[in-house]
Every structure is written in C-alpha cells, then in structure tokens.
Design a protein around this ligand. Structure first.
Ligand code: PLP
Length: 404
C-alpha cells in the first residue's frame, strides 16, 4: 500500500520528510498486529485446535497439564497453574499467600488497573506507591515512602502484608532491593509479570521473581493466546496446592470434598493447546522484540529518557516507553504523537491518567501530589510500536528519524 505522506510543517523538508516520501509507511499500521503473529504459525494453531475439538475434553484435561509443564520448563518455576486470566492469577496469588480482607498491599500506581483491582477484589486495601523515575517501577525508596504516607493518613491504616511488584512494560523491578525492604517489613512479594513473560533478572526468569508470580496471556501480551488466559507460578508446594484448590471451588480430589468455598478460575483446554503452540514460537519473537528495542534505544537515548533496566536483567519489551524531557512535556508529547500519526503510525499513552486519583479508588483518599514522580511521568510518557509483526526494523528507523 502506498500513501502520500503529508509534509510535517514542524520539520525542515530536507530532514526525513523527503526520505519518507520515497518509501512511505503504510497507513494506520496496527500498534500490535496479533493476526499477523498468528498467521506465522496458523497451520499449527489449526491442528492444535482440531485435536482439542475432536477430543471432546474441553476443561481440566491433558492440554492444560502439558502447558503447565512447558511453562515450568521455560520459566524454571517449580509449580505452574494455568488460569482464566491475569487478573484472577493475581487474586489467586493474594489469597494463596493468606492476604485477607482489611490487609494492606503495596501496589505501584504506574500500572494497569488489574494490579490494584485484584487487591480490592480480595477485600484488601491497595497502598499506592510512587515509582522510580528511571526504571518506572517500584524501588525500596518508593515503598518506604508509601509506608510513611500510609502511617500519616487515618484513611490508610490497613496493615501492610504484601507488595505487588509490577514489571511495567516487561522490564523487571530491582528485586534484590525489593526483597530487602520486604524482609525488613515482613512483606510477601507477588510478582505481577503480566507484561514480562520471558524477561530475566540476574539469571532468573519472570515467573520466579516473587514468592508467587502472576502472568497474563491476554492476546497482546508477549506470550499471547487467542482469548483471555493467565498463570500463577510459585516454588512452594503448599501455596501451589492452595492456588489449585482456590481455582476449582476448593475441591480436593483426594478428600473428594469441597474443603472451602473457592471459585472457578480454570483455563480451557483449547486455550492451553493454542498457548503451547505460541510458546514454541516465543523465543524467536522475543529476539525480534529485543532487536527493535535495541534500535529504539540507540536512536532515541540522546533525545529522550528511556526506561532503565536493572543490571543483569532483560526486558520482555511488552511496550517501549519514551519519556519527553524539559518544559511543556504534554504539548511536546502531543506534537510527537501527531508527527507519527501523519506517517500512519500510532503512538500510545498507557496509564497516563493517574490511577490513584481515578474514581475507582476515590474512597482511598489519595490526593494530587501524593505520588509526584508518577504524576509527572503521566505528562511525559508515550509508547511507540515495538511489535515485530507490526513494525519492521526499517520502519523503526523511520519512526526514530521522525521523533528526533
Ligand atoms: C500489569 C498488569 N497486571 C495485570 C493484568 C491483568 O491481566 P488480564 O488482562 O489477563 O486479566 C494486566 C493486563 O493487561 C497487566 O498489564
């Protein structure tokens, strides 16, 4: 498809405008091209789906078990439980660790609502924390600040019991630091690895970085299925058993009894079979994401702040975040997004409406200024497309040229 590129009035014509005219980008490039991803191994998906269809076994069969074994093999986790989605994976994790109504759970405000919503859904109280300006994730300092703020406010008196460590955009938190502060305050760590499947921290994979880890297989995630899906990972056999019971109405097959009231949070056989196919292709896709991230990093780092990864870690690059520097960041960001739009490229803003100030959490009484770093980042961050099925390296080079 060829389109006419409208010259950008903000840029000198000899900058990248002329180049772009020669080989224009297609219009309305999808930000994440899930259909193209699946097209690459459509025959395998069809075969896997056909097998499930003809088996007549759609829930709690061998495919889910196989997927769980494969997930343990990939992540290095001792136990995996494949479940309905990433939100319930977090809820199961919280409940399996013994978090009960009224307990406090520290959550970064810079995240998708599910990280904090899961806390509310189990009756616990989110204690919102700021993030580190460079990693965009929790740090020991921001956790201590959140605990300090909670101590000062009569509305924030829930006893802190756990931390939800979100690896935002796929980049791991500095877990050594988090483990130290968790040890000091006797807090459990739940890794929210919804965006970080495949990431590593000091040789360990996402899925093994918390006391319990939750993952999402929502289609657009690094390992995406063809519907909702998720997993809980852990090393402790008792916790794993509790997760399994919770997710299947508290039913203990050995005792042939419902030992407590749980819920239904199971993954279906069809999704498990499709995810097994996706997992086989995951390493090659992750490499391509890494290559795109390297290009963005080297092309943009002089002009923007970019998300820092802790030493010895690798990101899953669920998204690539760009932080606008200097004054009038919102205006600059909009200009850059407009520039991309003229090339048929979408620049997105994720989580830029401060979560702690949204109506869903208004009863918690947070005020503007409580989490100053995240609130400032909300005015500066945007995301550029980094899905290898949506943008080629050549197109990434053009995006960089348009932004700098
Ligand atoms: C950080 C984070 N946590 C949790 C979730 C919830 O996952 P799901 O959509 O599978 O329920 C998401 C999904 O977008 C997420 O990005």
């Amino acid at each position: 498809v060829s389109i006419e590129v409208v010259p950008d009035p903000e840029r000198p014509r000899d900058d990248c405008g002329e180049q772009l005219k020669e080989t224009p980008l297609p219009p309305r490039q999808p930000f994440c091209d899930i259909a193209a991803r699946h097209k690459a191994y459509l025959a395998e998906l069809r075969e896997a789906a056909a097998q499930v269809l003809s088996s007549g076994n759609y829930v709690s069969g061998g495919r889910v078990k196989e997927l769980e074994t494969e997930l343990c093999g990939f992540t290095g986790a001792q136990h995996a439980f494949a479940c309905a989605n990433g939100t319930v994976a977090l809820e199961l994790s919280l409940r399996a660790l013994g978090i009960v109504p009224g307990d406090g759970v520290i959550v970064p405000a810079y995240t998708f609502i599910a990280s904090a919503g899961a806390v509310s859904n189990v009756g616990a109280v989110p204690i919102f924390a700021d993030v580190d300006r460079r990693t965009l994730n929790l740090s020991a300092a921001t956790i201590e600040q959140a605990l300090g703020l909670a101590r000062q406010r009569p509305t924030h008196q829930a006893k802190p019991r756990a931390i939800i460590a979100v690896n935002i955009f796929g980049s791991p938190c500095e877990y050594n630091e988090l483990r130290e502060v968790a040890g000091k305050h006797k807090l459990k760590i739940i890794e929210d690895g919804a965006q970080s499947f495949g990431a590593t921290y000091r040789g360990a994979r996402s899925g093994t970085l918390g006391d319990v880890s939750a993952c999402s297989f929502f289609p657009a995630k690094p390992l995406g299925g063809l519907a909702d899906g998720g997993a809980v990972f852990c090393a402790d056999g008792d916790v794993a058993r509790q997760v399994r019971l919770l997710a299947n109405h508290g039913y203990d097959p050995q005792e042939a009894e419902h030992t407590f009231v749980g819920t239904n949070a199971r993954l279906g056989e069809l999704q498990a079979a499709l995810l097994s196919v996706a997992l086989r292709h995951f390493p090659a896709q992750a490499e391509r994401r890494e290559e795109i991230a390297r290009m963005y990093r080297s092309g943009l780092q002089e002009h923007f702040d970019l998300q820092d990864q802790p030493q010895g870690s690798t990101s899953a690059h669920a998204q690539f975040a760009v932080v606008v520097r200097g004054d009038n960041p919102e205006q600059k960001r909009q200009e850059l997004i407009n520039r991309l739009a003229r090339l048929g490229i979408e620049g997105r803003q994720y989580y830029t409406k401060p979560l702690h100030l949204q109506r869903a959490f208004s009863t918690l009484g947070y005020q503007r200024g409580d989490l100053p770093i995240y609130e400032d980042l909300c005015r500066r961050v945007f995301n550029v497309p980094n899905d290898p099925f949506s943008v080629t390296p050549d197109q990434v080079a053009r995006i960089i040229a348009a932004l700098v």
